[in-house]
Design a binder for this molecule. Structure first.
Ligand code: F6P
Length: 420
């Protein structure tokens, strides 16, 4: 007889406009498996909730609200950046997790996150066998950074990319209108830490040569101040204004981030943000042009109102597939998106081993970056364009988006508090 038990879902890392859509898909798919799955739990604030035995019992949630997660940005159960130590270095958190799983009869664990979270999912996938508890662990992909390997793209990216392309297109019309007597340069900053995918997606805003953005700075290309200023100046001289898109992860020739704070997260990543104001100040200082800049920051991660329908469909598909894989006992895998056909764009979900995903970052390939290093190629366009296709309508009331209202009932604790 196949295993019967409970399923735990948790969210991890930076959230996206559609991570809750994956959550909704997981919950609905799990509810359809009544013969196998008793209770669907969600952990509060990711793996920390599992360690602290802070679990939500989702049994009493209304189906309409679960479905409303598809148009609710943020992470409804709370997310975290928290690194599990290596099993050899410290067994205590693993033993605690197994204790919590055993206490709540959790047989399947689904962890919805990016590369760092895949590391946690991989470590967890190994503890069942190690500590003698039957557990199937599946990672559910998401990241606006699009830096997960193996999968063609990462849920969350398509919507952030669409926000980026739309914002750059619209703001560029604004700059162009006032350029003769006011602002001549607009600098837009995109997230993306070490990879230039999001900044590159701004390139979709240009429908013909010469359209904005005129300069895209990606982390894959070392920043060269002299060449950059020359390009901005040449653009302003030619058309009267210039739109620059900069990735937060751009570094100079010595590998130093243009914008780095001293704050680090649990994985040792520096908090980034602020490359746009730095570049804008440099432009005014050296070239004398009036500037405006924007750091879209969490706006690009949460802009559900301009989400991509393709992205939404993929976020839901990986959620459903994760439940299927878990019940099939496929431990240590992640549902990955495979591009089956480029034109017309078609995709399917396939299982990918977590060893090939955890702690690896996928950068923009050289073939996607124009020879001068300031733009994207036709191949990059072909890759990016379908990911922002389609408008995934939000629901609205009183002029504002209508978001899910979950009861978030806490499951009764069965264990003493965690002392870790
Ligand atoms: O999740 C990825 C990401 O959105 C990066 O692009 C960004 O640098 C980072 O998260 C910000 O993380 P936090 O919200 O923890 O500061």
């Amino acid at each position: 007889m196949s295993t019967r038990g409970n399923l735990l879902y948790a969210q991890s890392g930076g959230v996206t406009a559609v991570i809750n859509a994956s959550a909704g898909a997981v919950i609905e798919a799990a509810r359809r498996q009544r013969r196998r799955i008793g209770t669907v739990f969600a952990a509060r604030n990711g793996i920390l909730g599992a360690l602290r035995e802070e679990l939500y019992d989702l049994g009493g949630e209304d189906l309409a609200q679960i479905r409303a997660l598809a148009h609710t940005p943020g992470g409804v159960f709370g997310s975290c950046r928290w690194k599990l130590p290596a099993l050899e270095a410290d067994r205590a958190p693993y033993e605690r997790l197994i204790e919590v799983f055993r206490a709540h009869d959790i047989r399947w664990f689904l962890y919805n996150g990016g590369g760092d979270s895949a590391d946690t999912a991989l470590k967890l996938s190994q503890i069942g066998a190690e500590l003698g508890y039957p557990l199937t662990c599946v990672a559910v992909p998401k990241t606006i950074d699009n830096d997960l390997p193996v999968t063609d793209c990462s849920p969350g990216f398509g919507s952030a990319a669409k926000y980026t392309a739309v914002s750059v297109l619209e703001a560029s019309l604004d700059v162009a209108s006032m350029a003769e007597t006011s602002t001549k340069v607009f600098v837009y900053e995109a997230m993306g830490r070490h990879a230039g995918w999001l900044a590159a997606s701004a390139g979709l805003a240009a429908r013909k040569p010469g359209d904005a953005p005129h300069v895209i700075l990606m982390p894959e290309v070392a920043f060269d101040e002299t060449r950059f200023l020359a390009r901005v100046e040449a653009t302003v001289e030619k058309i009267g204004w210039c739109t620059v898109v900069v990735s937060e992860g751009v570094r100079d020739g010595e590998g130093r981030f243009l914008a780095e704070s001293s704050t680090r997260d649990a994985f040792g990543h520096a908090q980034l943000g602020g490359a746009a104001p730095k570049l804008a100040a440099l432009i005014t200082d050296r070239l004398g042009y009036k500037h405006h800049w924007a750091v879209s920051d969490y706006l690009q991660r949460s802009a559900r109102h301009v989400a991509s329908a393709t992205d939404l469909a993929q976020a839901q598909a990986v959620g459903r597939a994760a439940v299927d894989y878990a019940l099939a006992g496929r431990n240590a895998v992640m549902p990955a998106i495979k591009r089956v056909s480029a034109s017309p764009y078609r995709w399917e979900i396939v299982p990918a081993p977590l060893e090939q995903i955890a702690n690896r970052e996928k950068m923009m390939p050289a073939s996607f970056i124009s020879k001068d290093g300031f733009g994207i190629t036709a191949a990059a366009r072909r890759y990016l364009a379908p990911l922002i296709e389609g408008e995934a309508a939000s629901k609205w009331r009183d002029g504002l988006p209508l978001v899910a209202q979950l009861k978030l009932k806490r499951a009764r604790r069965k264990l003493p508090a965690w002392k870790g």
